[in-house]
Design a binder for this molecule. Sequence first.
Ligand code: NAP
Length: 240
Amino acid sequence: MSKVALITGGSRGIGKGCALELAKAGMDVAITYVGNDEAANQTVKEIKELGVKAKAYKFDISDKTACAEAVEKIHADFERIDVLVNNAGITRDGLFIRMNDENWEAVINTNLNSAFYMTQPISKIMMKQREGCIINMSSIVGVRGNLGQANYSAAKAGLIGLTKSLAKELGSRNIRVNAIAPGFVKTDMTKGLAVEKIIDIIPLKRLGEPDDIAKTVKFLACDATYITGQVIGVDGGLSF
Ligand code: NAP
């Protein structure tokens, strides 16, 4: 039976790159998304063209009940879940002193609480399977902080704490838990940023591509059999 990967926010950007890379490695792939049907359908089509099973699930990742129902459906459809990539995320940037409750809560719920909602039921499935791999999509700003992103940095730092604690709790069950901390990656999320100024401070002198992150996900999922509890910076050298 093929291995099964579940990628939240797999319809576009980094998540789509991860979905295609894991499909290329022979995994069946479930993606989740919240609104963009066209992008999700296109991604499912591209995954299927690689000769594996693919299905998209539409629900709000910040809704605990919706997450629980979706995990049940996905498990019923695919029979197992070997790799979980907690990737769905949003930004609602603004200076902290002016940040309203809505923007704080939307980012914490979508970027951090979602990982709790998805990972708890899925880690039970992985424990029964006696193997699994969980990858949390953090960010360079979860490590270093950023002006105007207190909500986003807090959520991404929270994912790092979750990663390290779960690696300790689940290691004896042969479940590895790691985080990736991307720098600036070319997706809809970073559209409109002043790219030239940013490139100037990146040692590799370019923005990341979704594929750069996806290859690291594939490494963690398929090859990194003795790596757990780590935060891998994939940022063109920005953070060292
Ligand atoms: P993106 O292009 O904006 O895609 C976001 C994905 O998340 C989409 O699939 C979207 O679904 C889904 N999503 C958003 N809100 C959701 C919700 N409430 N429920 C379910 N799904 C939801 O973002 P990206 O740039 O690929 O980023 C992916 C992850 O990497 C995020 O966690 C982000 O914080 C992190 N990251 C990105 C960068 C970067 O430079 N791009 C850097 C560091 C970390 P729809 O298509 O339906 O909207």
